[in-house]
Design a protein around this ligand. Structure first.
Ligand code: PLP
Length: 405
């Protein structure tokens, strides 16, 4: 059977994630990888999770190992709602929460219920490859809006909406990662958050606000990173959260928070995808939130990641040629590098891989591959100081070799 000839139109639009491919290299023995955005495995709250499970009686353990409702484990939904209200200042009137199998499934479900072939999705450029892959697999057309150090260019965003309206087109939604953007490392300023809220309200433009890193800030405090959705209840904004970076990705747990009618439709879509997310993981996540342990853990992880970021920035300053530019993130996992003119990300990767140093080339995150090749993304979350020092020195050496040739 020639399977290539029988795939659906949407399957044909699917793009292999460069990051998944790179993960293959990253797991090879001896490779130092600044590739995938994985949390630090040495700091997973494994002891707390074991304690939680050990306290379950047979009845609770049975329920945790059973199927659950599609919408999610009700006590967990309630706990998330509490946190969204108390910590993120989100007004929950008329809103619902849907538990998802990772934040990635939240993106997928929204794509599934909102996108028809050729619908336009506005994305920051660069943007998260997993989300773009989901939009593309639903045959959407991506339109990029430039990302700056203080978040997306709001004037360009509004102008794009206006220009599209002139040809009777309206984007289905705008996808944004306001906090410690993946891959850009940028943070959307409060002023721009207000501007996006106003644009969303004025043009009735759905905003998908993806915030898996928002709790992992290095400077300032919670209120400096409040979601766009916290700014009011008059704009169609859907907030997406994830337990992957604040507990562990192994549970594959996230949530969608949005208008009740939208969330009900997402739940319907989920019935045909996986019926329900892990009951086991949801039970653990609930006990973890209810115990209050998460706040101490987040505080510790902010320090752990801040130290890694500081160390990588120091190494970059020490080794990189001065023509290389980079973001210094206020949180999260990523530093985005603008390579010196004439240095190709792809060629650099091939060279550093010979010395077992991996990262992700910018091509994965840009609509325009030529622009993408001018950048690389470095993740510091999952590397030791020694690995950071060694890896950054090698990347710098190959950059200099490319510049001198
Ligand atoms: C911006 C962004 N959104 C969503 C996700 C998906 O995370 P998960 O499906 O593990 O919750 C990631 C993971 O790296 C991400 O960086």
């Amino acid at each position: 059977m020639e399977y290539q000839n029988i795939f659906s139109d949407s399957a044909s639009k699917m793009k292999a994630s460069k990051i998944r491919e790179l993960m293959k290299y990253a797991s090879m023995p001896g490779v130092i990888s600044f590739g995938g955005g994985s949390p630090d495995p040495l700091n997973f709250p494994f002891a707390e999770v074991k304690d939680i499970i050990n306290k379950w009686d047979d009845k609770k353990a049975g329920a945790a190992m059973q199927y659950g409702g599609t919408e999610g484990y009700p006590p967990l939904i309630e706990k998330i709602a509490e946190r969204m209200k108390d910590k993120k200042n989100i007004d929950l009137t008329g809103q619902k929460i849907q538990i998802t199998t990772g934040g990635q499934q939240g993106v997928f479900l929204l794509s599934k219920i909102l996108l028809n072939p050729d619908d336009i999705v506005l994305v920051e450029e660069p943007s998260f490859i997993g989300a773009m892959a989901s939009f593309l697999s639903h045959q959407a057309r991506l339109v990029g809006v430039p990302l700056k150090n203080d978040g997306v260019d709001c004037e360009a965003l509004e102008q794009t909406v206006i220009d599209l309206a002139k040809s009777n087109k309206k984007p289905k939604f705008f996808y944004t990662i306001p906090n410690f953007q993946n891959p850009g490392g940028s943070t959307l300023s409060m002023e721009k958050r207000k501007k996006i809220y106003e644009i969303s309200k004025k043009y009735d433009l759905i905003v998908l606000e993806d915030d898996p890193y928002g709790d992992l800030y290095f400077n300032g405090e919670e209120k400096d990173y409040l979601p766009i959705k916290s700014l009011g209840a008059d704009a169609p904004i859907v907030y997406m959260g994830s337990f992957s970076k604040i507990l562990c990705p192994g549970f594959r747990l996230g949530w969608l928070l949005g208008d009740g009618a939208l969330i009900d439709k997402a739940a319907l879509a989920k019935q045909s995808v996986d019926a329900c997310s892990t009951s086991f993981g949801q039970f653990v996540a609930y006990d973890y939130l209810a115990s209050g342990a998460i706040d101490g853990y987040l505080s510790k992880m902010r320090s752990v990641y801040r130290a890694k970021k500081d160390f990588m920035i120091e190494a970059i300053r020490k080794y990189f040629p001065k023509e290389a530019r980079y973001t210094e993130p206020n949180g999260g996992f990523f530093i985005y590098v603008d390579l010196p003119e004439g240095v190709s990300g792809e060629a650099l990767f091939k060279k550093t891989m010979e010395k077992k140093i991996a990262f992700v080339t910018g091509e994965a995150f840009h609509i325009d591959p030529v622009e993408g090749d001018k950048h690389i993304r470095l993740s510091f979350s999952n590397s030791s100081k020694e690995e950071i020092e060694k890896g950054i020195a090698v990347i710098a050496e190959e950059m200099n070799n490319a510049l001198n040739n």
